[in-house]
Each structure stands twice: as C-alpha cells, then as structure tokens.
Design a protein around this ligand. Sequence first.
Ligand code: ADP
Ligand code: MG
Ligand code: MG
Length: 883
Amino acid sequence: TKWVYHFGAGAADGSAALRDLLGGKGANLAEMAALGLPVPPGFTITTEVCTHFYANGKTYPADLEAEVEAALTRLGEIAGHAFGETNWPLLVSVRSGARASMPGMMDTVLNLGLNDETVEALAKIARNERFAYDSYRRFIEMYSTVVLGLEHHEFEDALEAYKAARGQTLDTELTAEDWRKVAALFKEIVEKATSRPFPQDARQQLWGAIGAVFSSWMNARAIIYRQLHNIPENWGTAVTVQAMVFGNMDDQSATGVAFTRNPSTGARELYGEFLINAQGEDVVAGIRTPQSITEAARRAGGSERPSMEAALPQIFAEFRAIAQRLETHYRDMQDMEFTVERGRLWMLQTRAGKRTGPAALKIAVDLATEGLISREEAILRIDPLSLDQLLHPTIDPDAKPAILASGLPASPGAAAGEIVFDAAEAEKLAAAGRKVILVRVETSPEDIGGMHAAEGILTTRGGMTSHAAVVARGMGKPCVCGVGAIRVNYEEQSFSVAGRRFSKGDLITIDGSAGRVIAGAVTMRQPELTGEFAVLMGWADKARRMRVRANAETAADTRAARRFGAEGVGLARTEHMFFEGERIVAVREMILADDAAGRRAALAKLLPMQRADFQELFEIMSGLPVTIRLLDPPLHEFLPHSDTEIAEVARAMGADPAKLRQRARELSEFNPMLGFRGVRLAVAFPEIVEMQARAILEAAIAAAAVTGVAATVEIMVPLVFGRPELDFVRAQVAATAAAVTEETGLTPSYKVGTMIELPRACLRAGEIAQTAEFFSFGTNDLTQTALGVSRDDAGAFLGVYSQKGILPADPFVTIDQEGVGELVRLAATRARAERPGIKLGICGEHGGDPASIAFFESVGLDYISCSPFRVPIARLAAAQAAL
Ligand code: ADP
Ligand code: MG
Ligand code: MG
C-alpha cells in the first residue's frame, strides 16, 4: 500500500478524485498543484493510515516512516533546503483533512520545525527577528495545546500579564525582544506542565503533530460534529504536511479567505476577507477584524481600511484569476484560503463553499444558466432539507422594529427568543421547550450543541468566516456576527448596548439576513416563493414522476399547501376539526349516546359543520384531488374526563350525568391505539359513515357550484385489515350517495379507497384492491404495527437503539426499508396484480423525508403526501429520486 502522496511544483501523485483517501484538503491541494497553481509543496498521509492507527492500538504501518522520510527529502529538494536543517530551516504545517469538511473540528499546527536554534536562523534569513520570535511563540502555543494537551488560556494569561506589566495593550506594540521573552516564558509553562523541556527535535515534533491529528479524529468536538452531520466514524482523517509560507513577514505579506460567490446571498462576486501581516487562523479566529478583498465590498461595508484590491492590486488580480479558474474547474462555488508572502501569492486550500439555503439555490440556478452545469445537476445539488431555511419567516417590514445594533448578516432568517450567554444553558432551556438566542463574544467548537439548540446566534466579535458564521450557515440557523456595539458581561449574565441593559431571559430578535438586532419579539412575515426558488422548483417539477400532495385539513394549512405547490390533499384528518369550539360537546354526545337514534341526533348537529369544512377544502383545492379520511382515532380520545365536561355533555343531551360517567368508564380503553378506532368505528356505528359521507358529497356539490369545477373526491377508510370491512363501509357510502342523488338530482362522483397501515392489510392487499380504488400507505401506524413499537412510548428506548448501532435511523423519521418498506412493496405488487393502475400513495411522516421518498420512487408509488411546509422539500426530493 502507498501511504504517502506527494504534491507540489506543478505535479502531484493524487488528485481531487482521491478525496476518500487524501481527505478533501489533501485531494484539492494535489489537484491545484497539478493544475500548476502556486501551492506550497507537501505530502498527504492517507486516511487508510488513520484506519490502521485505530485498528492497531494507535500504531502506524511499518513502512510509513520510510515513506514519510522519502517525502520529506523530496519536499526539501523542491524547497531548496531541508526539514531539520538548522542554518536554513524548512518549516511545515501539519493539517488535518477528512473526506467531508469538518470546519474547525480538527487541529492544525503551523511553523513546525522551529526550535531555539532554527528560530535564530529564521530571523537571519527573513532579516526580521520580531517575525521569527512571533512565529516561534505561536508555534509553542499551538503545538502545546494540540499535541501536549495544554490549555490556550495558560499561554494567553501569561501573555496578558506580560503586556500588562509593561503597559502594552496591542500585540503590535511588542518588539522582537518582547516576543523572545514571551517564547521563553511559554517554554517554561510547557516544561512546568509536562515535566519535560519543549521538544526541540524537528522530527519528534513532526511525529507528535501527526499523532495528534489522527487522535483528534476521536476528540469530543469531532464526534459531536460527526453525529450532527451523519459522518461515519470509520472514514478517518488524512494528515497533510506542507511547507510553510508566511503571511506575517511584512506589509507585503497577508493571509485571507475568500469565496468565488457570496455565500450568504449567492451573488456572483468575489467575496472575502484578509489581514495584512498576519498568519493563518488570525482571520477566522476573530481576534482582529479583517478587511474586505474587493473595493465593492469595502464600500458596501463602509470600512475605512483598504481592500486587498486597493492595497495589493497585482496580487488581487492574480488571485481573482485563480478563483475564476478554480470555480470553472470544479464547476461549483469555491471557498479558498491563501497567503501572500512578501508579495507572492500562495494557495493553501480550496473546497466547495458552504452556503445558505438561498445562496445554494441562486448558485445552482446561476451555474446552470451560465452553462457550467446541467439543470439535472442543479436539481441534485440542493439538499432538499435546506429548503426549510427559505420557508422560514422573516421580519415583517411593516413592523418598523427598533434596531438596537447592527452587525454582519452571517446567516439568513429571523429568530426571536430569550437571551442566554452559555451554550449548555441554551441546550437545557431548549430541551424544556423554550426558545433562546445564544449570545456570545465569539463561539468555539465546544458551543456546537448550544448553537444547535438555539433559535439563532449573536456574536459581538468576528467576521463572515468566523466560527459562529460558518457553523450557523451549515445548520441553517439565523446568525448575526461582529456586533461590536454590544458589550457582553458574562459574569452578570447581561449585555449593554446604546445605554440599555439586557439580561438573561430578556427577549430579543435577530435578523440574520440584514444583520440587525432588535429588542423584544418582532412580528414575522411568511416567505416569498419566487425568484430562483420558483425556477428550480419548476425544473424539479418537470423532472419528477411522483405527485406531491399535502396532509392538511384546516383552511390555513390547505392554503399554505397549495402555495407551496401541493397537487392535492393526500390526507384530511376529519377528527382534527372535532376539537374546535362547541363541536366537542356534540362529538361527546354522539359517543355517549345509548343507541343509534341518540347518535343520529348528535351527528345531525355535526353534519353542517363538517359539510362547511369540507366545502372550504374542496374550494381551496379546486381542480385537485382531496382525500378525506373517515373518523379514525379511538373514541377514548374524545371521552370527557372532568365532572364539568360530563355535566356539559349531560346538559346538551338531557341525560343523567351519573349514567354518562358510567358509559364513559365502559368506553375507556387500556390500549386505545389498537382498540376501538379506525374502520371499527364505522362497522359498529354505521351512522357515523352515513353522516360523514353525506357531508363530503354535499360539500362537493356545493363547492362545484361555487368554483364551476367538479371536486375530485376520495373517501378513505382507515385501519382495515381485510376486504370485508371495506366492503361494508363502501356499501354505506354508496347508499348515502344514492340518497344524495335522489334528493339533489345530482350525482357527485367519488372514489372509495383505504389506508394501508396494518401488516395484515399488506398481506391481503390483492383482495382489498378488489374493492379499493386507491391505497394510501399510512406508514406511521404501519411502522408501529410492523415493529410492534408505540411511537408515543418509543422515546425511552429508540435513542438507545441508534446509539448502540442497532437501528441505523429512527424508523418514524426514515422508513425502515427492510421491514416496513418490504410490506409496502409487497402490498403494491399484490394490489397492482389485482387492479392494474390502482392509485398508490403514502401519507405518513415519511412522505416528507428525502431518504424515504427515494425509496417510494423505487417502489413506483404514484404520490407522496406530507405536511404543508414539507411540500417543496418533497417536490425536490422526488425529482432527485427520479433522476
Ligand atoms: P482548517 O481545516 O481548520 O481550516 P487548515 O489546515 O486549513 O485548518 O489550517 C488553518 C490555517 O492555517 C489556514 O487558515 C491556513 O491558511 C493556515 N495554513 C495551513 N498550512 C499553511 C502553510 N503551509 N503555510 C501557511 N499557512 C498555512
Ligand atoms: Mg482551512
Ligand atoms: Mg393511522
């Protein structure tokens, strides 16, 4: 096996295609080197070494050392001086890089190879002693925290104390002599903490750093990040060792990061930040506020400090050309890191840039329009779940909110919540159902859990590429960064701004699209579904085969569903209307009645209400099919509990409360989900079907009279386990339809179908299809009944199942293909054999889950139905599944 891949001087062993082996960073460095771009030479130790490392008690393959030595020799040849050489030291960075980018998760060591001797040599060669000792103290701190396990604050406190003792405040005030003393101080700290002198041997340093990078694959931050992003543990990280270039040598040196397009809006403009005379992480760490790359961005931001375009015009022109070339080469927006050493540009990284949901859409549509990618690729490039961000509310412009302060619009969307200053606290409050805004001076990888739990994030320091900004965009959380006007006081758990004080628990709103912070909770506005969203959705609609409907019954939900592009209602749950207003009393009357006559009296009160609801539904969905499910839930759920509730029903019925209480007791169930519900209600109380069928058919006639279009009515019978139940209900519906025809002289057309949600129904699907004109798989109940797992009680053990790797995913979120999926497939096959062309759909939660949607495409279902806000996600996922 080849463990080490070289790159540099216009050539490379690897390429971008070897991402799995070299990690994203290593693969793209190889690709850039092979393209002839200016990349400092180096080599990448493969992810297979990481796998070997963990499989063999943290040891390396036997021949690794020899390969690393050979690679170091080659590096020395290209650079013209060797690693470990004392009079002209070759310094390197040791960088981690996994297959999937894990920003800030793994640790990088810069300036490796410095020691008491080489630092002097570096000072001579650079003719800059201050630079040499500044680099050395940085190296000691980085190496000691990453490799030796010391804490940053141990060094930072010492530096602060050093400066304070001399009345210095800024790092720039420190002289060469100061940095020399600080470096010595740092070495003492290390020696005290580890009982050993700071390692002086370059090779010992190198192997220490390599080991630390591999070990960091299993650090707590990396593990959490992988869990949040579904990155498998066994992928491993690669290690890249690369010759150092220095952005901190002088005023013709700089370091920066840039995107080929704006990662927040997707606009086609070079977008980035840089710092003169600085090294690597200074830009992202948010220690100094960086300058804009382009003049346009500087002007827009109102900054006085020169852009790179103005300060280093030649470098800027070269960089812009490279950025353009990389975007065309990779056919995607790139996120690049670069360093300028004494007027010479070096590329240090490129990767597909993380972007917000709106930016992803704009970029995909623009790239397709520019001809760089096809429309199919554009469709495939959008993570359907990211559309969720676009569907989020924004601040109502008419709300005229009082702006407290402004910062950078780091991640779009608006959010309101209680102020919290601590990530752990944010997690705790969110778990208790509270909405919080996490307010920090800056965030670090330890805060990930809290960022995830918060509605939005606000930081007072850092730029568009700071940790908070990058992570928030990845999570799709609103974020405002660098709000310098806010002064946070962690001790008092408060912040002050514009002469006002806000404490933990106070409400604020942040607007991540505009970078605004507002006092209190502001009214929000629903999103616009136009522009690139509409264009991409149009392409997706052409590409998909399955239809997308919505699960909706209220007028508001149904209207939203239609706005989001639903092609009908796949599931209207009639009982959701039963709890509204006065209705529950009538429903209880019906349930508690002694006989059919009593039930009919109560049902007669419900009929006009149901009819009005259904008519509205048909009118909103005019021209599109509407599936209405007959009464499904256990009667148990409607039973009155308190004495007041019983008295209320007794009064309405003119019945004896004691008798009613007795009847309620009789009807209460031990296991209602497997009890008196679904079609069983229809079989026991056919008059319920009669009332509901009448309400549906009369509503259809009335709606047609209003809209001029015949309603497409689908009556769905829940929870059948065999054909006889369905035959019975179908006959009831037919009799009611005949009666309606006789009364009105009109013959409304309708279909009767069933919800398939019991394993026995899947097995008997052929026979059921003889009667049913359509099936809709109720995958929520089917999952419960196939796995024998109650969804309401699964919380106690399903989490443990996924932690222990027994279930790959929550089966209530992503369909269990092997079990539940197999039942769906079998039922579809049997139904089609009996009734070719039978319409098959699904209406469980899985209808809005992209992974499940891909499975339903493979089964060839005709449509999926999901909650209204999931409709765009389902439309896109269905297109991706079809491509
Ligand atoms: P991350 O994955 O956290 O971005 P990187 O490996 O990219 O970590 O390194 C962090 C920073 O160090 C980057 O900003 C990069 O510019 C800088 N850096 C890495 N290697 C070198 C090098 N050989 N010369 C100069 N700067 C470097
Ligand atoms: Mg990087
Ligand atoms: Mg069900």
